[in-house]
Design a protein. Sequence first.
Length: 186
Amino acid sequence: MATFKQDASHHAFRNAAQDFQAFQGALVQSTAMKDFDFSGKNVAILSIDQDSASLLAAVCDQAAQVAVFQIHPHFVLPKTERFMQKLIQHPLVIKNRRLFNNRIKSLLALRFLEDQVKDTWLKHLLMPNTAIQHKVFLKSDHYYASLQRANCTLVTWPIVKVHSHGIQAINGHIYPCDVIVYHGEA
């Protein structure tokens, strides 16, 4: 049975192994996503890490429906130079190129979010806390585009229960799923 890493970016379950015993679908570790066939399945991604962020577009291409559970958004930077060059043209970055540290990377990530997400409410939900000291920076060119696809839903409600074929959020809605992608140890 899988154990699930619990930190500020993950959903807190009192006893994760016990909570997931009722689930009758497949449990897939985020590091094994690239080898799994999501064709026609309802997928729940619990928390985002580098693997799930970079492979979200591929999962959305295959899956019928994807629910991304994310309580605390991360900073997302573009992976390719094409997007990075566009962001570097921002006046704040040009002025402070030699100070390319977490502050500048944070500004680049916020600029990337601004550039990629047009919906104001979705942008608000994806806005990371710039005041935190230990920032997590993920790299993906298509993460934000994938979250805006018709078959992908961003869920910002905490999880209260895992059912045999779904995950119930605190708002009472049950998100059907055949596969749960998690970040943790096996």
